[in-house]
Design a protein around this ligand. Structure first.
Ligand code: SAM
Length: 299
């Protein structure tokens, strides 16, 4: 059996009891080590808790040599550990499809994910639209497909969860071109970079999907002892020091409930400014055309 097991968000002990029992009886245990990190635990901490060797599975292993992970999984149990939830903004569907094609049964053991724990900042999950990802820009590569998604969400008043890029075991262009297996140190996008990149694209596109006055919440180290939220305008978030990873950002929509605002104000660097930014959003939304009515006969 192939088990996809969620590890939760921060410490080795965040694994569920069922997840732990399964890991302890697996013949091989892989840790997917490139889409997120377990902030308060090392590979050695996990090995100590599980009493099992943990094999780090990088992108190359999972995407190009998944057969080594699945070897004999029709006869023995294999665990594939994913930080957060195995289906939370990381779907290893390729691995599952490959397992299926080899006749290997699989089971997922779920856990908390950034996708649901983000509710701890006070914003209701019901009021979120499409989640987007923001990658590190380079001088000549600034992908901006997130921009249209944010615009769509904000058009109908919904919040946007922005997940930030992680670069683990990446090669420089030069090393890749020369086929040298030399890897850059890991990089995790912080809130300052995210806010600056978002504003850079708004400057280029100029469609007012958001502005530097748009109210946002930074979400840092969610679920860990160092968890921190900062409620501020996007412009102000470009100047904060968000500290150690991991980070995400929420861009507010205008359909904000007053209880959401009351909760968020506790995290505001400047309460009056934040409150005003939210009120301006709500006011300007009144000028928007309502979305086109749905033709119910076609439902
Ligand atoms: C590709 S997603 C993977 C999510 C993971 N599978 C889960 O269910 O939580 C990774 C991104 O989510 C965000 N993220 C994950 N855990 C986080 C945390 N504890 N605090 C803040 N952001 C987090 C970061 O932006 C990170 O780069």
């Amino acid at each position: 059996m192939l088990y996809l097991i969620g590890l939760g968000l921060s410490s080795a002990e965040d694994i569920t009891l069922r997840g732990l029992k399964v890991v302890q009886q697996c013949a091989r245990v892989y840790l997917e080590a490139y889409t997120s990190i377990l902030m308060s635990a090392s590979k050695e901490d996990l090995e100590k808790l599980y009493g099992r060797e943990v094999i780090l599975a990088d992108r190359e292993m999972v995407e190009s040599s998944s057969d080594s992970i699945l070897e004999d999984a029709d006869k023995v149990d294999v665990a594939f550990l994913v930080v957060g939830d195995p289906f939370g903004a990381t779907t290893h569907t390729d691995l599952i499809i490959r397992a299926r094609s080899l006749g290997i049964p699989f089971e997922a053991i779920h856990n908390a994910s950034v996708m649901n724990a983000v509710g701890a900042c006070g914003l209701q999950l019901y009021n979120f639209g499409q989640t987007v990802s923001l990658v590190f820009f380079t001088d000549n590569w600034k992908p901006d497909s997130f921009y249209d998604r944010i615009k769509e969400n904000r058009r109908i008043g919904l919040h946007t969860l922005v997940l930030l890029d992680i670069k683990v075991k990446e090669q420089s262009f030069e090393n890749m071109a020369r086929g040298r297996k030399i890897y850059e140190p890991p990089r995790y996008m912080n809130i300052e970079t995210a806010a600056s990149q978002l504003l850079e694209i708004e400057d280029l596109r100029n469609e007012q999907a958001y502005t530097e006055d748009t109210p946002c919440v930074s979400v840092s180290r969610l679920g860990s002892p160092g968890q921190k939220f900062v409620a501020a305008t996007l412009g102000d978030l470009a100047d904060i020091e968000s500290g150690e990873p991991l980070h995400s950002l929420v861009i507010l929509g205008h359909r904000t409930h007053e209880m959401e605002i009351e909760y968020l104000l506790d995290f505001a660097t400047d309460k009056n400014k934040f409150q005003k930014a939210v009120e301006t959003e709500v006011e300007s939304a009144k000028e928007l055309q309502p979305p086109a009515p749905v033709d119910e006969d076609n439902d």
